[in-house]
Design a protein around this ligand. Structure first.
Ligand code: UD1
Length: 386
């Protein structure tokens, strides 16, 4: 069997790493799977891409399409043109896509048009928010996929409600948690001070960081969604909350996405953040550093889906700066660690005050056990279309 598996942007790398390892393990038996890894190149910086390949032990991709930055239509269009050539040259039995980024959409559409079977890992997530590019990517990918591998029971119910036949979907658990389990021990060895020194953005104010020992608690902040960082008024209100109430309570460690740094500068808000001695602006950190920061922090403020999931398993109170989520299994009402506040400052303040007092509350939804990747490989191998 020949598989082409696809990655494009940062959140894909944690999902493909265990899948590739599981193929290697499967290949130590009698049957052999040939896997060709394609990187579309949507994320290309050392810190957004290569560092993750090294950290997670992902082999060098056989093919890099070099798509780079651009509008959605540019990224999707260029990826389709280049990926079609890959499929014609290699003629695989399956294309495996993960998550919900532009690569996921572009490669699943191209594969179906070339009559290649598509498997989607992390299928069935729905935010119901059609202004999110990721929601469009998820809907189209799931509609086209032959095999839908689902992380949790809520996502399975979503697919049932959309009429997906039972034989095409399988609850396998969350593949991100395979990566979390595989890296948590190493992550716990990393010193906080080393993370700050290795990743410090030198435009930011550097003082007092040596006082943060591994025991002190801080807020871990990440922001990158267009809904939070692309509009001046939304970003300005968040900045004023952070530089007011939050820094009065605790220091902030902020590994900053390039989109957010660009926009803070464009909106004239950068000085307010980088000149604040209580805020440590870091470049994007590695996977293990992110896990370490999460496990040491008192509260996580984020708009990232992956962090919501990691907070649930690690137990860190998580304020999700979104009005909806495609991952309700991570919400407190389902046993998780996360609460939705959107960009509503009143709601963020209320939840922040509660979270500062709350303790850690680790929780694992069904099959978030670190063994999802092998279930994925077996589901593909055992797939029967009729
Ligand atoms: C993408 C994904 C999003 C995911 C996020 C994680 C889509 C639609 N969105 O959003 O789901 O949560 O990645 O990071 O696929 N840039 C760099 N270096 C890079 C990559 C990007 O500087 O290596 C900058 C560019 O200025 C670019 C901007 O970041 O314009 C945004 O990158 P882009 O890939 O368009 O989307 P993300 O916001 O990263």
């Amino acid at each position: 069997m020949k598989i082409v598996s696809v990655v494009g942007a940062r959140p894909n790398f944690m999902k493909i790493a265990p899948f590739i390892r599981a193929i290697d393990k499967f290949n130590s038996g009698q049957r052999k799977i040939e896997n060709i890894l394609v990187h579309t190149g949507q994320h290309y910086d050392e810190r957004m891409s290569e560092a993750f390949f090294r950290d997670l032990g992902i082999p060098e991709p056989e093919i890099n399409l070099g798509i780079g930055s651009g509008t959605h239509a540019e990224q999707v269009g260029k990826t389709m043109i280049e990926f079609e050539k890959v499929l014609r040259q290699h003629n695989p039995d399956w294309v495996v896509v993960v998550g919900d980024v532009n690569a996921t959409l572009a490669c699943s559409v191209t594969a179906k048009k070339e009559n290649v079977k598509v498997c989607h890992i992390e299928a069935g997530l729905r935010s119901g928010d059609m202004t999110m590019p990721e929601e469009i990517n998820r809907l189209v990918t799931d509609r086209l996929s032959d095999l839908l591998l689902v992380p949790d029971e809520i996502s399975l119910a979503n697919l049932r409600a959309e009429g997906v036949p039972e034989k095409r979907m399988k609850l396998v658990g969350n593949i991100m948690i395979d990566t979390l389990n595989a890296n948590i021990k190493e992550a716990r060895r990393i010193k906080l001070i080393d993370i700050i020194e290795n990743n410090f953005n030198h435009e930011s104010f550097l003082s007092g960081y040596k006082e943060i020992g591994n025991k002190d608690r801080f807020v871990l902040l990440t922001l990158h969604r267009p809904s939070n960082v692309d509009k001046r008024e939304v970003l300005e209100a968040l900045v004023s909350f952070l530089t007011g109430e939050v820094v009065r309570a605790m220091k902030i460690i902020w590994p900053m996405h390039p989109r957010t740094e660009n926009n803070l500068k464009e909106f004239g808000l950068w000085e307010k953040i980088c000149c604040n001695s209580e805020i440590f602006v870091l470049h994007p950190v590695s996977y293990r550093e992110s896990i370490r920061l999460n496990s040491l922090s008192k509260v996580v403020l984020t708009d990232s889906g992956g962090l919501q999931e990691e907070c649930t398993v690690l137990g860190t109170p998580c304020i999700t700066l979104r009005f909806n989520t495609e991952r309700p299994v991570t919400l407190r009402e389902h046993g998780g660690a996360s609460v939705l506040t959107g960009s509503n400052i009143g709601a963020i303040k209320r939840e922040f005050r509660k979270a500062v007092k709350a303790g850690q509350n680790p929780h694992r939804p069904l099959l978030w056990d670190g063994r999802t990747a092998m279930r994925c490989v077996k589901a593909i191998v055992n797939f029967r279309s009729m």
